[in-house]
Design a protein around this ligand. Structure first.
Ligand code: SAM
Ligand code: SF4
Length: 462
């Protein structure tokens, strides 16, 4: 039941079933992690991984530093002008890698590597060299792996891209957000179109595949005409992928957002029009909707993976193969190893202190039970393929799916009657007009939500 990629915007449906909900980069979602899960639990999961050396493995490095802070930002980042911060950080990352490989053993092969932030390119080239030396000492990078980095165009030149490519990085994501000068000023992020376009071209020339750009709609001072220009300029630069994020405004959680003048934020109707215009233009330009806020050219590996039913989703977003276990390193990062999720300390001081005491910096996490695995599988199928096939689920788990999920099916009744989804003996399929509500469909399978309703900390679904 691999549904073809299409999307229909139905404002009445979005109005009725929208609201707030998790993005399901994990299940259980990160807000369900608890402090009862400790570094000893994570260590046990890593030791168990030592017996599964051939299972797929990926690494995630979180580099939190940014030279300036964009007011809209909801990422885990630390603003600083002190370049010395990253040298100290690499020393800590090295200790963390040492502790991890003491547990899993040296020389395991990785097929995925992702540098996220903050701004990974805050690090100097010499620091990347140092870090890659440590990586090579402890892991083997498979020659055909997916090795990606998030790049702030303001921090790199085409020459610098060549250096990054030289480390074996082969996927790249550029943060753009909006090309309009006034919007850029309102969010404290000024960068020129020429600079971004030159970097997209240089990424291609250097052999990065799947060049992604991030855009955000719903930012202050955005208008349909202004954002249309951003979309057109983006299409002209022809990235392989586009993330079109809905601005998540949660000023209680993210301090810098308090500097945004709420009067300048587009209203709900304008936000809808911005999204409608952008999806229409991307669609006309040959981009297919992967899910949530992601689009890709039809020949991009993610679009192909979706057509072939092997698209996956993890903390780094969508990926074309199951990355398997992910060992995440750095402040605030979340690992997924065997049957656990483990999150590192969110504060730099706490992260450093734990490592200095020769302890893994895990402060919270969760161990998955059978029921969690089953529900995670169901939610992944919906989020990645807009469909859930009972038979396929039953082939992987010892349950009668329709009986097990009778309550979920019942709760989806109104969405079914409204034409957002189809439910029959074989499974559930999200209709094109229900696709933007896929998170609301997935929420029906989330056991934790039934026990504690969604909180204001989730972002808006539509
Ligand atoms: C870690 S940043 C990307 C790398 C680099 N720091 C940069 O800004 O170019 C991740 C992306 O998250 C998105 N983002 C950050 N805060 C957001 C928010 N409040 N709502 C929606 N998207 C957001 C932006 O599109 C940003 O490019
Ligand atoms: S969007 Fe990127 S550069 Fe801007 S503050 Fe967030 S992480 Fe830093």
């Amino acid at each position: 039941m691999n549904a073809p990629t299409q999307l229909v915007i139905d404002p009445a449906l979005l109005e009725r079933f929208g609201g707030r909900g998790p993005r399901y980069t994990s299940y259980p979602t990160a807000d369900r992690f608890h402090a009862g899960f400790t570094d000893a639990d994570y260590l046990a999961a890593l030791r168990e991984r030592a017996k599964r050396r051939d299972d797929p493995l990926g690494l995630y490095f979180h580099i939190p530093f940014c030279r300036t802070i964009c007011y809209y930002c909801g990422c885990n980042k630390i603003g600083t002008k002190h370049q010395g911060k990253s040298a100290e950080y690499i020393t800590a990352l090295t200790s963390e890698i040492q502790l991890v490989t003491d547990a899993i053993g040296i020389g395991q092969t990785i097929r995925h590597l992702h540098f996220g932030g903050g701004t990974p390119t805050f690090m100097l080239d010499s620091e990347f060299t140092e870090l890659f030396e440590v990586i090579h000492k402890h892991f083997v990078m498979a020659p055909d792996g997916e090795y990606s980095i998030e790049v702030d165009p303001r921090t790199v030149t085409p020459e610098r891209l060549k250096v990054l490519r030289g480390f074996g990085l082969n996927r790249i994501s550029l943060g753009i957000q909006d090309f309009d000068a006034e919007v850029q000023r309102a969010v404290n992020r000024v960068q020129s179109y020429e600079q971004s376009r030159a970097l997209i071209a240089a990424s291609r020339a250097e052999g990065f595949h799947s060049v992604n750009v991030d855009l955000i709609y719903g930012l202050p001072l955005q208008t349909v005409a202004g954002f249309q220009r951003t979309v057109e300029l983006t299409i002209a630069a022809r990235p392989d992928r586009v993330a079109l994020y809905h601005y998540a405004h949660l000023p209680k959680l993210f301090m810098p957002q308090r500097r945004i003048d709420e009067e300048q934020l587009p209203d709900a109707a304008t936000r809808g029009a911005l999204f409608e215009m952008a999806t229409r233009l991307f669609g006309e330009a040959g981009y297919v909707h992967l899910g949530l806020d992601h689009f890709a050219l039809a020949n991009d590996e993610l679009a192909v993976a979706q057509r072939e039913g092997r698209l996956h989703r993890n903390f780094q977003g969508y990926c074309s193969h199951d990355a398997g276990d992910i060992i995440a390193l750095g402040v605030s990062s979340i690992s997924q190893v065997g049957s656990v999720y483990a999150q590192n300390d969110k504060t730099l001081t706490g992260y450093y202190e734990r490592l200095a005491a020769n302890r893994l910096p895990t402060v919270r996490g969760i161990a998955l039970a059978e029921d969690d695995f089953l529900r995670r599988d169901a939610i992944q199928a919906l989020m990645c393929g807009f469909a859930l096939d009972w038979q396929q689920l039953e082939a992987r788990h010892p349950v009668h799916a329709r009986e097990y999920f009778a309550d979920a099916i019942e709760s989806l009744g109104p969405m079914r009657e409204a034409g957002a989804i189809r439910i029959d003996e074989s499974g559930i399929e999200v209709e094109p007009r229900g696709r933007l509500l896929v998170r609301a469909v997935a929420m029906a399978f989330d056991r934790y939500l039934r026990e504690a309703p969604p909180t204001g900390t989730y972002s808006k679904i539509a």
